[in-house]
Design a protein around this ligand. Sequence first.
Ligand code: BGC
Length: 939
Amino acid sequence: MVVLVKFFLFVSLITVFVVSAIEVNTGNDFNQYANNYVGEGIADFQEATSFEDLVSDVQSDLHSDVQSDAEQFLDLRRRGHQNKPLKYEVYDEYNKKNKGFVSKPFYPSPLGGRIPNVWQEAYEKARKLVEKMSITEKVNLTTGTGWGSGPCIGNTGGNKLVPPFCIQDGPNGVRFADFVTSFPTGLAAGSTFNRGLMYLRGKAIALEHKRKGVDVVLGPTIGPIGLKAAGGRNWESFGNDPYLEGIAGRVTVEGIQEEGVIACVRHLIGNEQETFRQVGEWDNNLQASISSNIGDRAMHEVYLFPFADAINAGAGSVMCSFNRVNNSYACENPALLNGLLKDELGFQGFVMSDWGAQHTGVYSCLAGLDMTMPGEIFNNWCSGKSYWGPLLTRAVYNQTIPQSRLNDMAVRILAPFFVVGCQDFNNNSPPNFSSWTYHTYGQEFPYAHYGPILQVNWHVDARDKFTEETALQVAREAIVLLKNDGRNLPISPDKGVRRLLIAGIAAGASADGFNCKDQKCVDGVITSGWGSAAVNNPYVITPYEAVARKAIDLDMVVDFTRDSYSFETVDEASDYADMAIVFVSADSGEGYIQIDDNYGDRKNLSLWHNGDELIKHVAERCRKTVVVVNSVGPVNMEKWIDHENVVAVLYAAPLGQFVGKAIAEVLFGDVNPSGRLPFTIARKDDHYVKIVNELPEDGEPQDDFNHDIYLDYKFFDKHNLKPRFEFGYGLSYTSFALSSLKISEIQAPTEFLPRPEKYLSIYKMCEDDICDPEDALFPHDEMEPVPGFIYPYLFNEKIVSVDEFEYPKGYTPDQFNDPPLAGGGLGGNPALWDILYTVKAKVTNTGAITGSYVAQLYVEFPCTHVGSPSRQLRGFDKVKLQPGGKSRVHFDLLRRDLSIWDTSSQQWIIQKGTYKIFIGSSSRKLELCGEIEIETNDN
Ligand code: BGC
């Protein structure tokens, strides 16, 4: 659809401008600099012929032209309220003309602050501030100042009313800082299946960020969800199940935000592999980032599900991902950002781009992006070139972007600060560290080689007893005991173990140390995967040190070898040992680092460093071989798992700095293992979804998520595939019994959701006077421009020009008056969070030692309307019991827990029929079973 306004496209006239210490010095004329920079020709910021033309056209022609395009969708949305199935094409098949999956338009970007009783006070405060700001001040909130232009990973420009904001990775602790804790990873937290501990971890992580002066934590990671076993970043998030991921995401957000720091949940959405995630990263022939093609039902029941939880918990920010979603980039995908996130899930905070994941200016803005990070265009770091900054100011001045949109962006950015307890911005502590050096003094803008030498690090110790104890406890509870034949664990001299061998590279430190940048040293114990979620270890006690210390205290003799290839030493030492503990590993990480042809994603699921052979050599010679797998996800264990001498196996996700201590405590029985697998370990690699790693001819890879809603164990169950170890599996040194299942109805379910309240009327914010662009020029009399720094100021007064601006298909500026039926509250329709049933059961510790048990609740849905997985996790409760001790486990079944997403009527419905409720010790060991019969009688 083309609006009949005359715009002209700024054409690139000037050659590439490169910032360097030589070309840009302090004396440079800013306009010269600005002109060069504009000369790059950033294609989608166009300029209007005249204000009058533009205003009248936007108000009249725009509407008639777009009406027909938008009609079908608007109609669909309205009719969703009638609770009747519709005959429209389903969401993911909208406009099937080009490729299989095409995202539909959804405009305009919903204004925040319109949900009754939600964040109203915060919005009032934020609006008051924003109303006092000029356009450039508002733009300054939306655009990062540029890579390295500030102490944090992401920095916004401040103004007289608000300070610059410090935005920092990440989900496992403060990145690029000293005196912080390296926490166990998300995957480790997920393995604990301990909701309370996950919450404390969130709190502890936030406390350390706060003490370092961080305003926004880039975490938790709840996407990837683990669709692909080899996916590079699965270790950042909590495990391969939407419910587990949702609960963990929710309580982590609560923990973080209660400490006064904003959580930015990442990555929305479908970032299930690193390969091809971003043009310009590895493969020069890649023309567009991989498109994660996700069907409507899977989108709701799997991928968006945990985001709904995090938003319901009040998350202030969401990060959109690098990949495309149904063929539109996630950060300019209106169906995703405007439709699903802001309209349906009622998200009231701000959407931040992943670092360089923005690909257009106006389009991304209209599609719902609120903040671009780090400010520049991808791979143009330190260039000062941005899709926003000055160009956003210009687009607002020439009214291509309505002021109401900019106001909404600014208000959305500020409102979460008030939600997390900020009173005003006068008492904010600025960052006391620099992401760019660990030295005390450094240049103010190190990448631009500009500015004075200042104190940049105060080395504030952000750790305390609480944060460290929490990290250690998560590490302990994350460890999963997979095998313990003959009860050889815990280790004890009473069981005839006097000569202990510790073998394997993963038992000790990498030759490169514990802290090569972003944890890419992989030849030792793994504290985390590599990438932006990695944290500098303040110290690491290795498994070798921790295990040896305990063994020595028990008067054992201890031998150690790293030998993984020649086996000379290993063979001899294994012959001699009463017990051998073999530490093996597999690592992965983020796509910008490649290690041994693992492009972030793992190239296979085998153990690294010849681990299989090492285990076999040891097991051939030592009758009591214990294997400790320290890895970022499942590994193929088939070569050795059934070996009769492999008597015990532990799985440890990356556990942070306390990895050694936690593993040793479990091995020697100071801690009874209570972790559960947050994913399935398969017998065959073919049973997992593969990484897409072949580039098609057009350079635009497509990734159809054709496992649909059957993620992980649900796929194995559906196809009757026997896993090696199933999701939720984990042993203990004691035994438990379950009994006395009791299900009580709290609220009678209805088939359809109740209609949510109407949106509040639109709050009309004061609009700025944009008659005189001179007001928005760089204030040369007040300051000098810093090279590479992204300012919000116009390059010149010429903001109007002649050409046509093509608004996106389906664009309309008219806001909706009603939320969709599935919406109307934080995370969706408020009724989704109603408790319909409670389920209770009794757990008894029938063994001889204290231990913790994870009771898991799975639901089998009826297939009245559509088929569903035979078991879906819908609750977990962990209890610690003395020998003989009994306790109740308790589960709340929410409306959402029993709902399916109905693609035709675009709402969550509860089907009539029998719901089987299972309580058990894993997804395949279900000890108790009950039923709920639902006879809905909606009108
Ligand atoms: C990652 C994000 C991270 C950002 C800043 C990106 O490469 O995908 O998760 O927050 O870098 O470090």
